[in-house]
Design a protein around this ligand. Structure first.
Ligand SMILES: Cc1cc2nc3c(=O)[nH]c(=O)nc-3n(C[C@H](O)[C@H](O)[C@H](O)COP(=O)(O)OP(=O)(O)OC[C@H]3O[C@@H](n4cnc5c(N)ncnc54)[C@H](O)[C@@H]3O)c2cc1C
Length: 395
């Protein structure tokens, strides 16, 4: 009875909504809202026995990511069962809110591009925490990436750009589309110049330079992530940074215009470049120096070895969490505050390097958020210094 009625109502709504201009794009119209608790616990514990039948009846369960779009849902969420009952039995106000919320996820021109939905952020980041990436767009070519940016610009849609996720702490579900380039992994050499697409591994590029007997990129041999992330962050180590060797770079403006240029003063600073706010780095070329292949390779290995002995690389992490305040190191301040080994759940201040917060395997975003707050508060209390995150926080 419950299921038959839900199916009938959903069908009716589909028909009436499909008639409305500009709506009904790329989305299932039959829906039952699934409250957060049920989402976290899995469907098995949610009205046992009925969830499967509802699926078979063609009714889509929505995750909690729609909650943010419909404030009124708070008002109707008395309990899981109440809410489901309200929707299924066709309470007019509730069902309208839910359907409105899911009806226009994204325009068709975006949905035609390669994408996945509901990808867990732990799979997309080195730290391994975070919620769901609701829309993950993965263009395989520059024209596809350009089509993505142009479509977003036309629709006035915000988006985020993801590389290897090695400088990110994600604290929740992300509803805005996320762009992750998946270009063919091809390193091109032209004399002393080496070009890589933005989705190429940064460490792999440094190793590739060594294999070609080209020196100047050894500093990068322990910096994880993609070359796109390195370009955006002007990644560096041992007193060297990408802009030192950067010859040209190619990117999309937030309007989708393709630009190739040489770096100019002010465009790259310490762990920063202007490629923010919807810019998308597509590729870059570095200019290196002819050298002895064996000694360049040896330097690459030495740099990687140094990291292995000073950083907790066997545990998931996002590198240095806080920026070094002027004249001192964040790691030292955290260490002096007695926080090495301090733990919130499965998140811990590393005993090897106090500016690394590590995930022992099952840490949650909430545990990381709490641990970061504890570290900041203790350092403030002991040293009177306000630590700022070096990592980017997505919430
Ligand atoms: C163990 C460890 C050691 C580290 N050591 C260092 C170090 O020595 N030096 C250092 O500088 N960093 C270091 N990092 C931090 C991190 O590796 C760098 O910042 C890296 O360059 C980030 O690249 P990513 O692809 O992972 O970027 P992500 O973490 O995915 O993103 C970082 C930022 O770049 C943006 N972005 C990513 N790709 C693009 C693109 N194609 N176009 C535009 N914006 C983009 C994102 O939007 C975000 O703002 C370390 C991290 C770890 C885990």
């Amino acid at each position: 009875m419950l299921i038959a009625e839900a199916k009938r109502q959903a069908g009716e709504r589909s028909q009436s909504l499909a008639k409305r201009p500009g709506q009904g794009r790329g989305s299932a119209l039959n829906s039952v809202f699934m409250p957060r608790k049920a989402h976290q616990q899995g469907l098995g514990s949610f009205l046992p026995g009925q969830s499967c039948e509802l699926f078979q009846a063609g009714i889509t369960f929505l995750g909690p990511h729609f909650e943010g779009r419909c404030k009124d849902l708070e008002l109707v969420r008395k309990s899981d069962a109440d809410l489901l009952g309200a929707v299924v039995e066709g309470h007019p106000s509730h069902s309208a809110i839910i359907l409105e919320a899911m009806i226009h996820p994204l325009p068709d021109e975006l949905l035609r591009l390669p994408h996945r939905t509901d990808v867990p952020f732990p799979k997309l980041t080195t730290l391994g925490v975070g919620g769901i990436c609701r829309w993950l767009f993965e263009p395989a070519t520059e024209p596809e990436a350009q089509a993505f940016v142009r479509a977003c610009a036309r629709e006035n849609l915000q988006y985020r750009v993801l590389g290897g996720g090695s400088n990110l702490v994600v604290l929740g579900d992300i509803e805005t589309p996320v762009l992750r380039l998946r270009f063919p992994a091809e390193l091109k050499r032209d004399g002393l110049k080496l070009t890589a697409p933005a989705s190429f591994g940064h460490i792999r590029m440094a190793q590739g330079a060594a294999d070609h007997g080209l020196g100047g990129m050894e500093y990068a041999s322990g910096i994880p992530g993609t070359t796109g992330g390195a370009l955006r962050m002007n990644a560096g180590a041992y007193g060297r940074e990408l802009v030192d060797i950067l010859d040209t770079f190619r990117f999309l403006t937030p309007q989708g215009e393709l630009v190739e240029k040489r770096p100019e003063p002010g465009e790259f600073k310490y762990r920063w470049s202007f490629l923010t706010g919807g810019h998308v780095g597509l590729a870059f070329t570095v200019k290196l120096a002819e050298g002895d292949r064996d000694s360049i390779r040896a330097q690459v290995l030495e740099n990687m070895g140094k990291r292995g002995s000073s950083q907790p690389l066997s545990k998931r992490n996002a590198g240095c969490i806080f920026k070094n305040p002027t004249g001192t190191s964040a790691g030292r301040l955290i260490d002096l505050a007695g926080l090495k080994g301090f733990r919130v759940g499965d998140a811990e201040v590393s005993s090897e390097h106090a500016n690394f917060l590590i995930n022992h395997g099952h840490a949650t975003a909430a545990e990381f958020a709490e641990l970061m707050e504890v570290v900041k508060a203790k350092v403030r209390e002991m040293h009177g210094i306000e630590l700022e995150p070096e990592v980017e926080i997505w919430s």
